[in-house]
Design a protein around this ligand. Structure first.
Ligand SMILES: Nc1ncnc2c1ncn2[C@@H]1O[C@H](COP(=O)(O)OP(=O)(O)OP(=O)(O)O)[C@@H](O)[C@H]1O
Length: 241
């Protein structure tokens, strides 16, 4: 479970990028995080993962405060950033072994997971190449594989499906479903309303740094016209008029 309590964030020269955000992401559900460009999705995710300091409020992951118990918190989540351009000077296999070393994954388990996952994602033959030479989608897949190798309880994914080919996107969606069904937490941001509508148990919508909707499909239907699509709801909620 992820608990965001009264969180605010300012950047120099900007009005509140995040303003008094409260959001609980429960176990056993896939929760989609939506919002227009610049709404504050990545900023929220970067605070959840300890990349950006929190100005005010607190965030806990399975009870561990991301700032006060950073090491414990970081052991239990996996994060896929929106820009997967990291560790470019490492070969794919070096990156995965680096992750395996950090999270102390035994050699045999690690080898088995690397082989299975990279074959499924169709990057097995590129493992000896430098990540620098990978396409956007391949970089994304190597980072997703890194997350799956250490099998964390909580998945935090910033636009994970952007740039993935249809087969890989399908596999990742299946993996997200399976992970949530086992009672784990899956939180991801997206601009793909159809994907969110199809995949998520709950949807949180942010606009101008404030949470403007959080509910499950039933609550969406109750609160809005029953025949309204998520796209119509999103456009209505985030409209400036
Ligand atoms: N490092 C930074 N310095 C200054 N302002 C920033 C910084 N990072 C984000 N912002 C601002 O904070 C606000 C929220 O940005 P954020 O990247 O979280 O939006 P987002 O919802 O992820 O958008 P997108 O859908 O375009 O990725 C924007 O106004 C953005 O300009």
């Amino acid at each position: 479970m992820i608990e965001i309590k009264n969180v605010s964030k300012n950047f120099p020269g900007k009005n509140k990028a995040i303003n008094e955000l409260n959001l609980t992401i429960p176990d056993g559900k896939i929760v989609g995080f939506l919002g227009p460009n610049g709404a504050g999705k990545s900023t929220t995710i970067k605070m959840m993962t300890g990349i950006l300091p929190i100005d005010k409020g607190s965030i806990t992951l399975n009870g561990y405060n991301i700032e006060k118990n950073a090491l414990e918190a970081k052991k239990i989540f996996g994060y896929v950033p929106d820009q997967p351009d990291m560790f470019l000077r490492l070969k794919g296999i070096e990156y995965l072994n680096f992750i395996g070393d950090i999270f102390e994954i035994p050699k045999e388990i690690r080898q088995e997971r690397i082989e299975t996952l990279t074959k499924q994602f169709n990057i097995y033959n590129a493992l000896d190449d430098y990540i620098q030479t990978y396409s956007h989608g391949m970089r994304q897949k190597i980072i997703v594989t890194g997350v799956l190798i250490h099998d964390p309880d909580i998945w935090i994914l910033d636009e994970p499906l952007t740039g993935l080919d249809p087969k890989s996107a399908y596999m990742l969606k299946e993996m997200m479903r399976e992970h949530a069904d086992k009672g784990n937490t899956v939180f991801f941001s997206s601009h793909g309303l159809e994907v969110v509508e199809q995949l998520c148990d709950e949807v949180a919508i942010i606009n101008k740094g404030e949470l403007i909707f959080h509910g499950n499909k039933q609550e969406i239907r109750e609160q809005f016209q029953s025949d309204q699509s998520l796209e119509e709801l999103f456009l209505e909620l985030t409209s400036d008029e």
